[in-house]
Design a protein around this ligand. Structure first.
Ligand SMILES: Nc1ncnc2c1ncn2[C@@H]1O[C@H](COP(=O)(O)OP(=O)(O)OP(=O)(O)O)[C@@H](O)[C@H]1O
Length: 321
């Protein structure tokens, strides 16, 4: 154990953390990440030394509000939803406790370890063809939150982890706010207020706006950066973002969705989800048409067509699931 612990102290691999109330013991493997609210470690616990992610908060009140959201989400899941989830036997929130580190009492919670990479890394590695599917799965996650009366708020690529098989998980519930209240935490670039597109009050439309800017960032980051730095704060507006969407070949097929999200026209999360799903399926089909011109050898065309058909049908079936 460390002898003096503060917000900047990092725990060394091999450190044991023991909960004061539940007496569960966790062995630190490595740091997964740290931010403004705390540090998250990969830990092992239990007889089979299972992996989990343990977050030590810098501020007990902030950490408690994240825990409240996770608890309320778990309670909101219906039995059917739990059965359908792959991780049915393992809820997201696993433990909440205090421990003493270097004479200081700290609060922590333990959650499911999400094995994967950030959204940006995933798209860079796997390709933008997955935009439709990953976007849809992310919208489903947001919709789940909205149905439980929460808005995610601080949606950004670092807060979205994607597994190798394309499962999407939101991490960092520090910005989650009750619908109707003010958004607790946000990042300027994805914020509706920053683009003069609406208030900072927590409504599902706030998340859809951030979702739209998020994809602009992932797909067309350089132009988005230029747009946000070159404009005066009072002249920023959603129509400038729309101009980027319209002139980007990957985002163009989703133009109607972006328009509704950036201008705040969606009236329900289910509608937003369904509209994206529809466009993702249409767009998946469109990629099935191979190029007509060119001097590509026949065998290569065959391989190309087969891989496109495979990609298209995979996308189609995954979107149906
Ligand atoms: N359940 C998890 N499984 C795997 N990695 C995780 C998990 N939770 C968090 N992480 C990693 O730890 C990082 C920091 O976690 P988190 O975002 O919760 O901290 P934070 O202090 O609230 O950050 P911020 O300053 O962005 O609000 C995340 O970006 C992610 O990479």
């Amino acid at each position: 154990m460390t002898t003096s612990f503060n917000a900047g102290t990092l725990l060394a691999p091999g450190t044991w953390i023991e909960g004061k109330w539940h007496h569960r013991r966790y062995r630190v493997e490595r740091l997964l990440g740290k931010g403004a609210n705390g540090a998250v470690y990969l830990v092992r616990w239990g007889r089979s030394m299972e992996q989990a992610a343990l977050k030590i908060g810098y501020d007990a009140v902030d950490l408690q509000s994240e825990i409240n959201v996770l608890t309320s989400l778990a309670a909101h899941q219906t039995k059917r939803e739990r059965r359908m989830l792959q991780s049915a036997s393992r809820p997201f929130l696993l433990d909440v406790d205090d421990c003493v580190l270097g004479q200081i009492e700290v609060q922590f919670y333990v959650m499911k370890f999400v094995e994967g990479c950030t959204l940006q890394q995933y798209m860079d590695r796997q390709g933008l063809e997955w935009l439709g599917l990953i976007g849809y799965r992310l919208l489903q996650k947001l919709t789940e939150l909205h149905h439980a009366d929460w808005v995610f708020g601080d949606l950004k690529p670092e807060n979205i982890l994607v597994s190798e098989f394309g499962h999407v998980e939101l991490v960092d519930y520090g910005g989650v706010s009750r619908i109707g209240r003010s958004v607790k935490q946000f990042t300027e670039r994805y914020d509706r207020g920053y683009w003069n597109a609406g208030s900072r009050s927590a409504d599902p439309g706030y998340d859809f706006f951030a979702f739209a800017v998020l994809w602009l960032h992932v797909v067309d980051g350089a132009r988005l950066r230029r747009l946000s730095t070159e404009q005066l704060p009072q002249t920023r507006q959603p129509s400038d973002l729309m101009a980027l969407v319209r002139t980007n070949v990957k985002l163009k097929p989703f133009e109607s969705w972006f328009k509704q999200a950036l201008h705040g026209y969606f009236t329900s999360s289910d509608d937003a989800c369904a509209a994206w799903h529809q466009l993702a399926i249409q767009n998946g089909r469109r990629t099935l048409s191979p190029p007509v011109k060119g001097t590509t050898p026949g065998w290569l065309k065959g391989v190309f067509i087969a891989s496109i058909v495979l990609l298209g049908s995979t996308l189609y079936f995954m979107l149906q699931s």
